[in-house]
Design a protein around this ligand. Structure first.
Ligand code: PNS
Length: 181
């Protein structure tokens, strides 16, 4: 930039915008293909995404928190999804986790009307508590029928869940649910 141009502009204030950070919360016990689709789409819309694994220490899940985190991390790496980190929290309000992480928005997928019924009051309550907004993404139709609980039920009774969860999760489900018998 020449001196003339500098004068014409006067004082230039360079503002570096803060990265837009989204949170994708859930139990992720275990992560499904539907979750991964929403996380990848959230990552494409934001500078940073934090996958927040919320768990209840008093309740034994199917997988430990460390296992759940590992499944998400490896599945995202295998799909080449960057700009995402995974963190676990327990016994906390989501809004407090968002505040601690400096998150601007919560991102959730909606598979259909029953998800709307479940998610709507939570989104309004979270906005009531701290003003944080929830961004809803329509779930991919291919995964409309996919939930962690349904996948576990199908796997428990010998059904094939290939494609509905990462292969590593499918294999771990078969081993875990058989071991529980
Ligand atoms: O995978 P899930 O079970 O649908 O996830 C639900 C979850 C963990 C995102 C939701 O229950 C939650 O946000 N829990 C944290 C506690 C909280 O903030 N409760 C008030 C919500 S208005």
């Amino acid at each position: 930039m020449g001196p003339g141009r500098r004068e014409a502009l006067g004082t230039v204030v360079r503002v570096t915008p803060r990265p837009r950070r989204a949170v994708c919360p859930g139990s992720y016990d275990p992560v499904t293909a539907g979750h991964l689709d929403v996380i990848a789409r959230a990552a494409a819309l934001h500078d940073e995404v934090v996958v927040v694994v919320l768990h209840n220490p008093a309740k034994a899940g199917t997988f430990t928190v460390e296992e759940r985190i590992g499944f998400v991390e490896r599945a995202l790496a295998a799909r080449g999804v960057g700009g995402v980190r995974v963190e676990a929290f327990a016994e906390r309000l989501l809004v407090d986790v968002c505040r601690e992480l400096g998150a601007d928005v919560v991102v959730k997928g909606l598979r259909g009307p029953s998800d709307v019924t479940y998610e709507w009051p939570m989104a309004l309550m979270n906005r009531h508590l701290t003003g944080i907004e929830t961004l809803f993404l329509p779930g991919a139709p291919a995964f409309e029928h996919v939930s962690s609980s349904l996948v576990k039920e199908v796997a428990r009774w010998g059904g094939d869940v290939t494609g509905l969860v990462p292969d590593e999760v499918r294999d771990a489900l078969v081993a875990r649910l058989r071991a529980d018998d």
